[in-house]
Ligand binder design. Structure first.
Ligand SMILES: Nc1ncnc2c1ncn2[C@@H]1O[C@H](COP(=O)(O)OP(=O)(O)OP(=O)(O)O)[C@@H](O)[C@H]1O
Length: 445
């Protein structure tokens, strides 16, 4: 029903803690165009003073007519009096994984545009149809263990800085099209949506062919509750030493059949291993068998050693395939997916602390078993001024912080409680809060 569209726009605006500027990510397709039009209509009433709209189209420059389409979207926005910017992806494009690369670039450019416009958030036109496709794709990829079943979050923090909100996540695409059609507004259909070379296009076609609407979901709310509980368990049972070792109390180490704890532990494991994703189902099952048995020993999974002793469980990065990195003066880089390093003044080289050095003493002083302190110290970063090479030290020439691999690029709003807890354990600040009431927002999902 087209009325649902304007109702969703109004509900979204009411969820803001205070009025702000919203950047609509508009591709020119029906969903994002419907979002822009519905928000514009809602803001035309007296109920939402203090809000403003701006818009941005990313021209991926992958199709010959994309620049013309982006310009046409600009003209449409101008007709509504909404400031609009086109961001073009310049240069050569990767051949493999083009959709994933385009998505990352898109969010990067949208976040940049939001900063330039001083927008408080980005809004995208993701719909319930997109949500169902995402859930089907994640299920098929066997991410299992409940990681993927919550689907897309109604709010997502990009790059630790920009909130991306999805106000139409509970709406069907057909309703948005009917809403636009009723106003005589057209849209572009992206041919890649139908291209069977892309997984999403195949899933979309098969969901449409099945003709069955998936049942309504409360995935977002359930996931938020799970994250809150996981955060409590982490606070009670897990400590992190120097960003290198996660120590789990002995009594908790075997409770791997608790799904919230398992997800929390696997997420901490991903941080320790410098990974963005949790291990797949088969790896988690193997690891669970080991932890459930309660026997002392070591198992490696996802670049992380799970070292089980009588005194507790210890997680640390396995001492293999550690990279070397060069960072120019006053530049930043990420080493091994685990540490963000910013040079202050001089160019730096970063490699693994192969001798253990001062880290070993610190970990030992923190009360860790000697074997754990020894192994974990070998994977610590050794930061040296480039011109001094191996004689350098970690003195004042660098700022080093832990990277939280699973959340620093994309943080689903429903995981924020757990992400904050993990961040604090690794010596980081909390992530910025969203501009909306996220409890309300997740009810859309
Ligand atoms: N070229 C673009 N310019 C601006 N916004 C875009 C563009 N492409 C997509 N978007 C935004 O993203 C929304 C979802 O589009 P689409 O489903 O194609 O993206 P996606 O890659 O699936 O996103 P995600 O991976 O985050 O689910 C659109 O409704 C729109 O708001």
């Amino acid at each position: 029903m087209p009325e649902a569209v304007i109702a969703a726009a109004r509900r979204f605006l009411r969820s803001f803690i205070k009025p702000g500027r919203i950047l609509v990510a508009i591709s020119g397709g029906s969903d994002s165009k419907g979002l822009l039009v519905a928000l514009h209509a809602a803001l035309g009433t007296a109920d939402f003073e203090g809000f403003s709209l701006v818009a941005c189209t990313v021209d991926h420059a992958l199709r010959s007519d994309s620049a013309d389409e982006a310009a046409a979207v600009g003209a449409f926005c101008a007709g509504l009096g909404i400031p609009h910017q086109v961001c073009r992806w310049p240069g050569d494009k990767p051949r493999a994984g083009i959709q994933a690369a385009a998505r990352l670039k898109r969010y990067d450019m949208l976040a940049e545009a939001a900063a330039v416009f001083r927008a408080d958030c980005i809004a995208t036109g993701h719909t319930l149809d997109d949500q169902n496709e995402t859930i089907a794709m994640r299920g098929a990829r066997d991410q299992g263990q409940g990681h993927g079943s919550a689907g897309m979050a109604a709010a997502m923090l990009y790059g630790r800085r920009t909130w991306v909100l999805r106000p139409f996540l509970g709406l069907r695409r057909a309703d948005i099209r009917a809403y636009l059609g009723g106003r005589g507004i057209g849209w572009f259909d992206d041919p890649s949506n139908e291209n069977p070379l892309f997984e999403r296009a195949r899933v979309r076609a098969s969901l449409a062919a099945s003709g069955v609407a998936p049942p309504p979901r409360r995935g977002g709310q359930l996931r938020m509750a799970s994250s809150a509980r996981a955060a409590v368990l982490l606070g009670e049972h897990l400590r992190v030493h120097e960003g290198l070792v996660a120590e789990v109390a002995a009594a908790q180490a075997g409770r791997i059949d608790d799904p919230d704890w398992r997800r929390a532990l696997m997420t901490v494991g991903a941080v320790i291993g410098g990974r963005e994703h949790l291990p797949g189902r088969a790896t988690i099952e193997r690891l669970s068998g080991f932890l459930r048995s309660g026997e002392a020993g070591r198992m490696t999974a996802g670049r992380v050693v799970f070292d089980r002793r009588r005194s507790g469980l210890y997680l640390y990065r396995e001492p293999r395939n550690l990279p070397a990195l060069r960072i120019g003066a006053n530049e930043s880089g990420t080493w091994d997916g685990r540490f963000n390093i910013t040079s202050v003044g001089t160019a730096l080289t970063i490699c693994a602390e192969a001798e253990g050095g001062v880290w070993r003493q610190r970990l030992f002083a923190a009360g860790l078993p000697e074997g754990v302190a020894k192994r974990a110290s070998l994977v610590a970063p050794r930061v040296a001024p480039e011109d001094v090479g191996s004689l350098g030290s970690t003195a004042a020439e660098a700022k080093v912080e832990c990277r939280i691999g699973p959340y620093d690029t994309f943080l689903p709003g429903f995981d924020r409680i757990m992400a904050d807890t993990i961040g604090l354990l690794f010596g980081r600040d909390r992530y910025p809060a969203p501009p909306v009431d996220d409890g309300l927002t997740e009810m859309e999902g």
